[in-house]
Design a protein around this ligand. Structure first.
Ligand SMILES: [Zn+2]
Length: 540
C-alpha cells in the first residue's frame, strides 16, 4: 500500500510541475509587489495575471484575447500583446509587454524576481525648469543638499540608456549636471546650483518638470535699467523693453481676457494655486517695478492683479481670483491670451443642482489597503464614509444627490458614470485615497480632472481651496489625469458633466492615514467639499 501511495504522490507532483512554471516576484520602481495570484516564471518569460495590470501604471486596454497598447496604432502588430491562460488565470507576458512600451526587464535567478525598468529618454534644462522624460512612469523625488548647493533627483525604477544621453548644459542657476546609475533600480541626477535651490518634491510620472527656483534671498538682481558707468564702447544691446500688462477685457459673451504681448512661440508657465484661489503666469520679460491693481468689478472674476520680477528675464503675474474660473491659455502671433469664464453648470443655487457622489471602489475591490498587525484599513471604507457625509450635507442644502453606492458593493467604473450621465447630473465627484509604491514617501491631497477640461479643473480648484484650509495635509494640486494615464481616468473620461476625482490623502503614509481613519477628519473633509462646491456654484 505504502509503495503505491508513494508512486501516486510522485505522479501528482510531476503533474503539478509539468507546466514548468514557478512563482516569482515582480519588482516595480524598485519595490517588490505583493501579488495574489503571483506572477509565474517559465524560464524565459514572466506571466502576470491580467488582474494585476493596473499596478504597472501604464495605459492599456484589456480585451479577452489580447491587451492593446493605446499609443501604438492598432493596425500595427506590436499594439496587441496576446493573453494566455496560465494555471487557470489569463496572463500577459511582462518582458514582451515592457519591451514594446520602451522599457526593459532584468531577471534575477537568486531571488526569482523580475525588475521592470524605464529608460531615461530626455533630460533638458530651461532657465528655471528641468524637463525629464522616461519610457515608463518612475517614482521620482527631488531634494536639496548644501555645501555646495546641489539639487538631487532620484528616479526609482529607471536605468540609463545604452547610448549616453546628451547632458543638459548649465543654464540659469544650474552650474553643472551629472547623471549616474545610483543603484540597480535608481538613476540619480545631481544639479550643482549657484544658490540653495528648489522646493523638494516628488511624484510618479513618465514626463514631468522640476522647478529650480532659487530661495528668494539669493535671487539674482533684475538687470539694471542703465549701465553703471558710461560705456567706453557703444552699448552692445538696447535696454530691455518693459513688459506691459494691459487691463482685463470682458467681451459680450462674458469671457474675460488678458493678452500679454510676447514674442511668437513664447510659452508661459501657468500655475493654479489655492488658499487663496490664484492663477500665476510666468512669462519672459522685464519689469522695472512691481505692479499691483485692485479690481472692483466682480464680472471680471479677478480681485487683484499683481506682477513682479521672478528671476532674470522672467516676470510672474498673479491673478487673485474672486471665484473659481474656467481658464484657457492661447498662444498667438501677437502674444499670449488668458481667457477666463464662468465654469460650466455654475450660477444659480446649490439646491438646484444634481450632484453624483461616487465613493471609490467597493465590494470585491478594496482599492488601496494598509495592514497593521491584524487590522486592515481599506480605501473603499474611508471613501464611503466621507461620501456619505457629503451626500447628507448636500441633501440638507436641498441639492439632489445621487450616490453611486451607499454600501459596500462592487461597482464597475462605467456603471458609475452611466448613472451620472443618465441623470443629467451637473457635477460628478469621485472620492478616493491615494497610495504609492513607497510607504511614507508621499503625503497630501490631489484632485484630478480629465485632460485639459477647464470646467473640471475649476471645480477641482474650488474644492481643494476649501480642503486645504481644514485638512492639515499638504496640497499636491489640481492635476490633469493625463499625468497618470495617457487616456486619463475612466470615471473622468466618460462623465459628460464637470467631474473630479479627489485623492484625499495617502493611505500608505502614517501621517495621512492617522487622519483618514479619524471620523472627525472625514466629517471635516466632507464639510469642506460641500463648502467648495457651494462657492463654485454660487460664486463669491
Ligand atoms: Zn482609489
Amino acid at each position: 500500500m505504502r509503495g503505491i501511495a508513494v508512486v501516486w504522490l510522485a505522479a501528482l507532483l510531476s503533474i503539478a510541475w509539468a507546466d514548468g512554471l514557478r512563482e516569482a516576484t515582480l519588482i516595480l520602481r524598485g519595490e517588490p509587489l505583493s501579488l495574489s495570484p503571483p506572477p509565474l516564471w517559465d524560464g524565459r518569460e514572466l506571466w502576470l495575471p491580467v488582474s494585476h495590470l493596473e499596478r504597472l501604471g501604464v495605459p492599456l486596454e484589456v480585451g479577452a484575447s489580447s491587451v492593446r497598447i493605446p499609443h501604438i496604432p492598432s493596425d500595427q502588430p506590436a499594439a496587441h500583446v496576446p493573453v494566455e491562460p496560465k494555471r487557470g488565470a489569463p496572463c500577459i507576458p511582462v518582458r514582451d509587454l515592457v519591451r514594446r512600451l520602451g522599457g526593459f526587464t532584468r531577471w534575477d535567478e537568486a531571488s526569482s524576481s523580475l525588475s521592470i525598468l524605464a529608460r531615461l529618454q530626455q533630460a533638458h534644462l530651461e532657465v528655471n525648469t528641468l524637463h525629464l522624460k522616461t519610457s515608463l512612469p518612475v517614482a521620482w523625488r527631488a531634494f536639496a543638499l548644501e555645501n555646495p548647493s546641489r539639487l538631487v533627483i532620484d528616479l526609482a525604477g529607471c536605468a540609463l540608456p545604452d547610448v549616453p544621453l546628451p547632458l543638459p548644459e548649465s543654464s540659469g542657476a544650474v552650474k553643472a549636471v551629472r547623471i549616474a546609475q545610483f543603484d540597480p533600480h535608481t538613476v540619480r541626477l545631481v544639479l550643482e546650483m549657484d544658490a540653495p535651490a528648489a522646493t523638494p518634491t516628488q511624484g510618479l510620472d513618465s514626463e514631468w518638470q522640476v522647478a529650480l527656483t532659487a530661495a528668494p534671498a539669493s535671487l539674482p538682481e533684475p538687470p539694471a535699467e542703465t549701465p553703471q558707468s558710461p560705456p567706453a564702447e557703444p552699448a552692445p544691446e538696447a535696454p530691455p523693453t518693459p513688459l506691459e500688462i494691459p487691463p482685463l477685457q470682458r467681451d459680450s459673451s462674458g469671457v474675460v481676457r488678458l493678452t500679454l504681448p510676447l514674442p511668437e512661440g513664447a510659452r508661459p508657465r501657468v500655475l493654479f494655486l489655492e488658499d487663496p484661489l490664484r492663477i500665476a503666469i510666468d512669462v519672459p520679460g522685464y519689469l522695472p517695478e512691481p505692479v499691483e491693481r485692485a479690481i472692483d468689478d466682480p464680472s471680471l472674476f479677478v480681485r487683484t492683479l499683481r506682477a513682479a520680477p521672478l528671476d532674470v528675464g522672467m516676470v510672474r503675474i498673479v491673478l487673485e481670483l474672486a471665484r473659481s474660473v474656467g481658464a484657457q491659455v492661447l498662444s498667438g502671433k501677437t502674444g499670449v491670451t488668458l481667457n477666463l469664464r464662468a465654469p460650466r453648470n455654475t450660477g444659480g443655487k446649490l439646491r438646484d443642482k444634481i450632484i453624483v457622489i461616487d465613493p471609490g471602489h467597493g465590494g470585491a475591490q478594496a482599492g488601496a489597503r494598509w495592514r497593521e498587525g491584524k487590522t486592515v484599513i481599506e480605501e473603499k471604507t474611508i471613501a464611503l464614509a466621507i461620501a456619505l457625509h457629503v451626500a447628507e450635507l448636500l441633501s440638507r442644502e436641498g441639492a439632489k444627490v445621487i450616490l453611486t453606492r451607499a454600501e459596500d458593493k462592487t461597482l464597475g467604473l462605467y456603471e458609475r458614470t452611466a448613472l451620472a450621465n443618465s441623470a443629467n447630473a451637473h457635477f460628478f465627484l469621485s472620492i478616493h485615497c491615494d497610495s504609492n509604491p513607497r510607504p511614507n514617501s508621499a503625503s497630501g491631497t490631489t484632485i484630478y480632472y480629465h485632460k485639459d477640461d477647464a470646467d473640471s479643473r475649476a471645480l477641482g480648484q474650488a474644492l481643494l481651496n476649501e480642503i486645504v484650509k481644514v485638512s492639515g495635509l499638504p496640497s499636491r494640486g489640481v492635476r490633469s489625469d493625463s499625468v497618470l494615464y495617457q487616456t486619463g481616468l475612466a470615471v473622468l473620461r466618460t462623465s459628460q458633466m464637470p467631474a473630479v476625482l479627489i485623492e484625499v490623502g495617502y493611505l500608505n503614509h502614517s501621517f495621512d492615514r492617522a487622519k483618514l481613519v479619524n471620523p472627525d477628519f472625514q466629517k471635516r473633509i466632507a464639510e469642506a467639499i460641500v463648502r467648495g462646491l457651494k462657492a463654485h456654484v454660487e460664486g463669491r
